[in-house]
Design a protein around this ligand. Structure first.
Ligand code: GUN
Ligand code: FE
Length: 441
């Protein structure tokens, strides 16, 4: 059917709440409904009032589960699906030992297509409906990434990693070939269906100044593409960058000098920043991306969320799989909570769930399309069951408020808490809308 009505408990964000007293920032309906038409949200609100606009529309009853906008992951590596959980190393050793050898395999389109299928199953299974991804250096990996996204009808952002030094054979391009390949991929994919291209110099260490010039040229020629890279994750990485770019004032200065900093720039990690770098973030609108499970796993350091936010800098949050240890944005919030605790900072569940939905959409400038249940936006929706595991169910028996439920999901939830996922109005985790509507579930 072109129209369908989802019934359940509904949470939606209009702004960033600091806690549950910020009732202007969110709406919650205990008996709510979302009306979907042709893949878009037509209405969301109390069940009775939405139903009155929707005669003879099939109803899928998700009570007592909680429905909200699908999760947005703003930094993940598609070619690292078989790197996750690799033992014992910090960033540079981890890249050289595990990650680079694995990424060479994505030159093979058959391998890339097989991995893309698994990658999207994992995203959807964990409730992630949009993501921003690094592909490998090979155009074939980008084709596999966007081909599968189109099949799943997902709004996805990605790009070919540009890297022309400090990487093994089979994983290096050249300034010219990286420019040419990126350009071809932009023409092929950017703006096709729900796809967006991200110009993707991997990080300063793996690009010569000539290559970063080429990346800057791409940015100037394609101002509506995203830009993604890594910044100040690890002490050895920062020292090596300073050696490679002796004239730069600091790490961020490398990207700044090559025209790579715009409000559409996403900077993974951004942990060890100088006051000048924080000024540049604030001036350019480039967005730091907090990757808590990765930062703990690689022993990289603690992201200063409050410090950056205090400067008015808009932060995103992400898994960073395969250095990240979970595809789950819920588990990402769990570890994010702990990283902030270690610094005396707080992450209220209301702000946390805003962050992984509307907050990340705002960081991408996509809040008119994804991240909320506002009418006219795309019907990417997650259905959450806070009682999905014995520990969570036992804790939920003593939970009285929505915030407590959200915090149980934040600390104990993972893919088991994701009962269903809708992509542009179609069920994506458990069979088709039509089949479910027929049996009334
Ligand atoms: N810096 C450069 N490449 C990578 C990567 O693949 N993962 C992480 N965590 N940091 C990086
Ligand atoms: Fe990364």
């Amino acid at each position: 059917p072109s129209r369908v009505l989802l019934r359940g408990r509904i949470l939606d964000f209009k702004a960033e709440p600091q806690d549950d007293r910020d009732t202007d920032a969110f709406t919650y309906h205990e008996d709510g409904a979302i009306l979907i038409k042709d893949g878009l949200i037509e209405a969301a609100g109390p069940y009775a009032s939405v139903l009155s606009q929707a005669h003879d529309v099939p109803v899928i009853d998700h009570r007592p589960h909680l429905l909200m906008a699908g999760f947005v992951d703003t930094h993940i590596h598609f070619p690292q699906v078989q790197v996750i959980a690799s033992w014992g190393a910090q960033l540079l050793d981890w890249l050289n030992t595990y990650t680079f050898p694995e990424e060479t395999r994505f030159a093979d389109p058959v391998h890339a297509a097989a991995m893309a299928s698994g990658f999207y199953d994992l995203l959807i299974g964990h409730g992630t409906t949009s993501a921003v991804a690094f592909c490998s250096v090979h155009a074939a990996s980008v084709d596999a990434f966007f081909t599968e996204a189109a099949q799943r009808n997902m709004r996805m952002i990605g790009g070919k990693v540009m890297m022309d030094r400090n990487a093994p054979d089979g994983l290096r391009d050249t300034p010219q070939s990286s420019y040419d390949d990126s350009k071809t991929l932009i023409d092929k994919w950017h703006g096709k269906g729900r796809a967006h291209y991200a110009i993707t110099p991997r990080f300063a260490i793996t690009s010569t100044p000539d290559q970063l010039d080429m990346a800057g040229a791409l940015v100037a020629e394609h101002p509506d593409c995203y830009i993604q890279t890594h910044l100040s994750e690890n002490a050895d990485e920062i020292a090596f960058t300073a050696q490679l770019y002796p004239d730069a004032p600091d790490y961020l200065g490398v990207y700044e000098a090559h025209g790579l900093l715009t409000p559409r720039t996403l900077l993974g990690h951004s942990i060890h920043l100088t006051p000048r770098e924080i000024d540049v973030l604030s001036d350019t609108g480039a967005k730091p991306v907090f990757c808590p499970t990765s930062n703990l796993f690689l022993g990289s350091g603690l992201f200063d969320d409050a410090g950056l936010r205090g400067r008015g800098i808009c932060n995103a949050i992400a898994t960073d799989v395969g250095a990240g240890t979970s595809y789950s944005m819920l588990q990402t919030l769990n570890e994010g909570y702990k990283v902030l605790q270690l610094q005396g900072q707080k992450l209220h569940p209301m702000r946390a769930f805003h962050w992984i939905t509307r907050g990340n959409a705002v960081a991408l400038g996509l809040e008119d399309r994804i991240g909320t249940l506002a009418p006219g936006t795309e019907a990417d929706i997650v259905v959450l069951d806070a009682r999905a595991t014995p520990a969570a169910a036992l804790r939920m028996a003593r939970a009285d408020t929505l915030s407590e439920e959200l915090f149980v999901l934040q600390m104990l939830g993972d893919d088991r808490a994701v009962a269903e996922v809708y992509l542009a109005g179609q069920t994506a985790k458990n069979g088709s809308v039509a089949a479910r509507a027929l049996v009334g579930v």
